[in-house]
Design a protein around this ligand. Structure first.
Ligand code: TNX
Length: 551
């Protein structure tokens, strides 16, 4: 038995080393309040187990029931009413409870387990889903099995009060350099939503490839562009460098139907998709497919290595650019983002905006000043962009960034503070503590090393805070959340994506969830170790970081 900070004093605190959390409390991310008492009888799951829920809660209940059915072989019906030997899930917008003394929030929940059953109470279906993820981690690791297992199915007597620190707890998948098919993306969502990931950022276009079908439907009058060339031409290109075992980047694209399927799958797991098409640089794939975007000022510069224009894309960055003086550039951008926003239905579109090296600062600022208001007007949602676009905003008036988000990866804290002062918020993904594409150690077979020199294991990815990692600091209220970006120059396919992602994404997701004062890396390492069997049963290809004693 182990208590967590925030629990009453009757509950034992973790050992001073923090390295002895009992299996019962191996929750990731760590909840705000957990109380467990080994003297109280656990809840034993019997073949007559039912899940009791109605209304908003029924959807979450049937997901849980389906998973329990697979793992236990029990029938696990979902019913609107019922008594003992059941898991009760209630969603009530007026539910009254507290989380460590504070009022409920949209994503918060309380969970109680005693010998009669389990209850999860929340104000929203998302809160109930969060409670269900915690319950799954209280079950034996076999709960991850897709085939029935005969084991001692029990849940320890537990009381949890929980709420996230930030609403944006994200991971980014770069499907542009090397494609990930729909099934790989769904598996990725499955595994990370178990740790309460709330955002999947998809990097859909870069120099090396274009991964989303854009149609000609709803084109502006007189627009000469054939948008179907984007996926037809540049869905067939990818990173032209060898990854693990010599494999080149994978080609492909999502049809609109497939993309909508991913979005719906994510939404069912309370994950918001943030789609990114990187502009005005990282646009070689667009310039390759759409002849009308190529002017004497657009920049698919010759590849310095080969002397030819780099259509197939090596890992070079910053050499391509849209022409910011060409009106058709904005027609193109509006059409693409309008369709993306419509297909996604989320609060943001991500316009990239990083590394416009060849374009130069002045041209870049001109582009952002024109593009951002037009994209906002065309889509009706906020724009996200990497740090550089905050710098371009220094010359803008207050209010320019209302509803927008800067994603910090490098650069000056002054730009981020100015961005927040002008109405925006920040997502923090500082390269040296959150880039999932970096090698764990110099011996890791895939990954880059530039951001932390080959010492990029979970301790480093756990050891920062979004309010202080941006130089000079940013206010908590200006932070929307955190993200771990997985770039894919060196990785091929879903198994390699999982290997680079876990366990480091778990560290980042805990930073997004758990109160700062309750974070403890030794305690995290011990809970991580308990996660090992769960990840294994779920078939996850995680890296066994030597810093955790894997169970
Ligand atoms: C920098 S981070 C990039 C990406 C690369 C990544 C590799 C950012 C906004 N741009 O284009 O893939 O480094 O680590």
């Amino acid at each position: 038995m182990a208590g967590l900070a925030g629990a009453p004093s009757a509950v034992a605190e973790p050992a001073a080393s923090g390295a002895s959390a009992a299996p019962d409390t191996a929750l990731v991310p760590r909840p705000v309040v957990v109380q467990q008492d080994a003297d109280k009888a656990p809840f034993a799951l019997r073949p007559s187990l039912a899940v009791i829920a109605d209304g908003e809660a029924a959807r979450v209940a049937s997901q849980l029931a389906g998973d329990l059915r697979d793992a236990t072989g029990f029938r696990v019906p979902v019913r609107a009413h019922g008594g003992a030997n059941a898991i009760h899930i209630t969603v009530d917008p007026a539910a009254r409870y507290t989380v460590d003394g504070a009022a409920p929030t949209p994503e918060s929940y309380v969970l109680d387990v005693n010998s009669d059953g389990v209850s999860i109470n929340a104000r929203t279906a998302h809160g109930a889903f969060n409670g269900v993820q915690s319950l799954r981690q209280l079950l034996p690791a076999w709960a991850e099995s897709r085939t029935p297992v005969v084991t001692d199915w029990r849940v320890p007597a537990t009381h949890i009060e929980d709420a996230p620190r930030f609403s944006y707890r994200g991971v980014m998948l770069d499907v542009a350099r090397s494609f990930q098919d729909v099934d790989a993306v769904k598996r990725y969502i499955d595994k990370l939503s178990r740790m309460k990931m709330s955002v999947l950022h998809l990097h859909l276009a870069d120099d090396q490839g274009w991964r989303i079908e854009i149609t000609n439907d709803g084109k502006a009058a007189g627009d000469p562009i054939d948008y179907s060339a984007l996926h037809r031409e540049s869905g067939a290109t990818a990173m032209n460098q060898q990854g693990y075992r010599g494999e080149l980047g994978r080609t492909g694209y999502y049809t609109q139907k497939q993309y909508r399927d991913i979005v719906a799958y994510a939404r069912d797991r309370f994950v918001t998709v943030v789609p990114e098409v990187d502009i005005p640089s990282h646009t070689n794939a667009a310039l390759h497919a759409i002849p009308q975007l190529n002017t004497d000022r657009s920049l698919p510069a010759p590849n310095p290595k080969t002397g030819v224009v780099d259509w197939n894309g090596t890992g070079n960055v910053g050499y391509s650019a849209l022409d910011e003086r060409h009106d058709l550039t904005y027609t193109f951008v509006e059409h693409v983002f309008q369709q993306l926003a419509e297909m996604t239905g989320g609060p943001y579109v991500h316009i990239g905006g990083d590394e416009s090296h060849a374009m130069g600062h002045t041209r870049y600022v001109d582009f952002i000043s024109r593009a951002v208001p037009r994209i906002k007007a065309a889509t009706g949602v906020g724009t996200m962009g990497w740090t550089e676009y905050a710098e371009a905003g220094l010359s803008q008036k207050p209010g320019f960034w209302d509803g927008s988000v800067v994603q910090y990866w490098v650069g000056s804290g002054d730009w981020v503070r100015d961005f927040i002062a002008k109405g925006g918020k920040a997502v923090v993904s500082a390269a040296g503590g959150s880039y999932l594409d970096q090698k764990y150690t110099k011996d890791t077979p895939i990954g880059l090393t530039w951001a932390c020199g080959g010492t990029c294991d979970f301790q480093r990815y756990y050891g920062w805070d979004p309010t202080t990692t941006v130089s000079g600091g940013i206010p908590e209220a200006g932070v929307l959340g955190v993200e771990g970006p997985l770039w894919s120059e060196t990785l091929r396919g879903g198994d390699q994506a999982e290997f680079l992602t876990l366990p480091r994404a778990a560290a980042i997701l805990e930073t997004g969830w758990t109160p700062k004062a309750q974070k403890d890396v030794a305690d995290f390492a011990s809970r991580l170790a308990q996660l090992g069997p769960r990840l294994t049963v779920a078939g996850t290809n995680f890296y066994e970081s030597p810093g955790a004693r894997w169970a």
